[in-house]
Design a protein around this ligand. Structure first.
Ligand SMILES: *[C@@H]1O[C@H](CO)[C@@H](O)[C@H](O)[C@H]1NC(C)=O
Ligand SMILES: *[C@@H]1O[C@H](CO)[C@@H](O)[C@H](O)[C@H]1NC(C)=O
Ligand SMILES: *[C@@H]1O[C@H](CO)[C@@H](O)[C@H](O)[C@H]1NC(C)=O
Ligand SMILES: *[C@@H]1O[C@H](CO)[C@@H](O)[C@H](O)[C@H]1NC(C)=O
Length: 493
């Protein structure tokens, strides 16, 4: 069984930025034309010669747009779909024979659990088949008669157990997609960042748009990140499936959680995105998307603070005005943001230690080392949460979904994630985000900490019931010392 950790639903509540009432006008997805495809020539290079099949122009054949694809995130051009089955069409027998093992490309999506392990989640002939051109003709009809689905379609083979969750959607599916896309289209030495502009996302196994999380975070972020793309669910897939027509995706990326977990690195990191950890990408591959999300969220947001129903009730007037000033104020000092979980039912600091931590960090603020803010995210509306994160340099918090917000924090030589664990516990979730988006990560255990140089990490994972303790110890001075050292490094590299 893949060593997956599922964050409890409580984590959503933390992020309940219910102010995210964004009015979104759905628009027709822009179609990527050949000329707008950013890196035409390098894509062409990867199309295999078709000397044995003169009957079809080479543009009809499927090609894989990676040389070494990470498991679970594969990008293709000309991928066929007929009655719900995906077909790759290879120009020759030899090429068909050399196709990667399909279990690394997609699997029957299943709820995670013992039943999804082993062979049970292998792709069957219902999911995907590789054909030669001759076989294609009798099975799916003449390739040239296929109806074109233009642009890049991202097909998410996953179940809503994971999709409807901020970390799993953004920290794994989307981050992994953007990373794999960047790897696929940028070939050295021309390492430049090309923003991902899909025409649509499809969730074939999730009906009624239930990929959206209940906290309402995933959808506004999708609208801010990909304003031109729609998210189509099972209803759309069923329509494509219930005809005799063959469709062809101009470009498609297949994202499959279970296939990703077949990769050895996904096993050692304990997360699907682990399969991309050794993928070479241009530096800053995430930045164009980050910036777009932050800008689009800011345009839509208001600065109004909404008081939300939280385990502790409504924010007081005084808290409201404090929070309001924390979002709006701009000092030149780097912002150190502590995301407090003290109003949530699980994973809290000892009350004295929470106070001690705040005192130690406030002392740094008074000394002029930084600007310091402690916030309970559930007291801020979602746009304001993103604004605050977007101007932070150091993010401090207990292990939890609040740390997913780091993907909207700008990367710099000083940018830092300080994750507090119950002593000796270790999970890689937020460290992996930090590594991917370019922040230095520290795990703090009361009065000690660990951090790793590039290419190294804590061996394995360590977890237990104490992870969720409500009396987690931490020494404020230990955290303050890390902040002091990190902010002493030059801000520009
Ligand atoms: C989706 O919604 C339709 C009606 O709106 C309902 O009949 C169907 O059962 C729902 N499907 C799922 C999987 O919830
Ligand atoms: C699809 O093809 C089959 C066999 O040729 C035929 O029986 C069926 O009516 C067709 N279905 C549609 C929706 O055209
Ligand atoms: C990933 O990269 C590291 C460092 O370059 C290397 O030591 C390791 O063997 C690689 N792992 C896999 C599974 O490729
Ligand atoms: C945390 O560290 C402090 C200071 O070193 C120590 O006194 C305390 O016992 C530690 N608490 C735990 C639970 O380890």
């Amino acid at each position: 069984m893949p060593p997956l950790t599922i964050r409890p639903f409580v984590d959503f509540l933390l992020l309940l930025g219910l102010g995210s009432l964004i009015i979104y006008k759905s628009s027709k997805p822009p179609q990527l034309t050949e000329t707008s495809w950013p890196n035409d020539d390098s894509v062409e290079d990867r199309v295999t010669a078709t000397q044995n099949s003169v009957a079809f122009p080479r543009t009809f054949f499927t090609s894989i747009l990676h040389t070494k694809s990470p498991a679970g995130f594969w990008m293709f051009s000309k991928l066929y779909l007929h009655k719900g089955t995906i077909y790759a069409v290879a120009p020759t027998w030899a090429e068909k024979e050399s196709y990667p093992d399909l279990k690394f490309i997609l699997a029957q999506p299943k709820k995670m659990g013992p039943e999804s392990s082993g062979d049970k989640a292998k792709p069957t002939e219902k999911e995907m088949v590789v054909l030669t051109a001759d076989e294609a003709k009798s099975l799916i009809g003449a390739l040239e008669n296929a109806e074109l689905l233009g642009g890049l379609s991202i097909i998410l083979y996953d179940v809503n157990q994971f999709m409807a969750h901020y970390y799993h959607w953004w920290g794994e599916l989307m981050l992994g997609t953007v990373k794999s896309y960047s790897a696929a289209i940028s070939s050295p030495p021309r390492h430049r960042v090309v923003p991902l502009e899909p025409s649509q996302f499809i969730t074939p196994h999730v009906a009624n748009q239930s990929w959206r999380d209940r906290a309402g975070v995933n959808k506004p972020l999708m609208q801010a990140a990909f304003p031109g793309a729609s998210v189509e669910d099972k209803g759309y897939w069923d329509k494509l499936q219930n005809t005799n027509q063959t469709f062809v995706f101009e470009q498609a990326m297949i994202v499959s959680r279970i296939a990703a977990h077949k990769h050895p690195l996904a096993r050692s990191w304990g997360k699907m995105i682990g399969s991309t950890m050794n993928t070479t990408v241009p530096l800053g591959f995430w930045e164009p998307l980050r910036r777009r999300v932050v800008q689009n969220m800011a345009k839509r947001g208001t600065n109004q603070i909404t008081s939300l129903i939280t385990p502790r009730g409504r924010a007081s007037k005084k808290e409201d005005s404090l929070l309001k000033s924390s979002v709006l104020s701009h000092t030149r000092k780097p912002l150190v943001l502590y995301i407090s979980r003290q109003a949530t039912p699980h994973r809290r600091l000892r009350t004295e230690d929470d106070e001690d931590l705040i005192r130690a960090l406030e002392a740094l603020d008074i000394e002029g080392v930084c600007e310091f803010q402690a916030v309970k995210m559930e007291k801020l509306n979602f746009q304001d949460q993103i604004k605050l994160i977007a101007r932070s340099t150091v993010l401090i918090g207990l292990h939890g979904n609040g740390l997913t917000h780091q993907i909207w924090m700008p990367s710099s030589p000083q940018s830092t994630i300080i994750e507090i664990f119950y002593p000796k516990m270790y999970l890689h979730d937020y460290e992996m985000l930090a590594l991917n988006v370019g922040h230095k990560h520290y795990a703090v255990w009361n009065d000690t900490f660990v951090t790793y140089p590039e290419g190294e990490t804590f061996p394995g994972t360590r977890t237990g019931p104490e992870l969720h303790s409500v009396t987690i110890p931490v020494q404020g001075q230990t955290v303050a010392q890390i902040v002091r050292e990190r902010l002493a490094t030059p801000a520009q590299s």
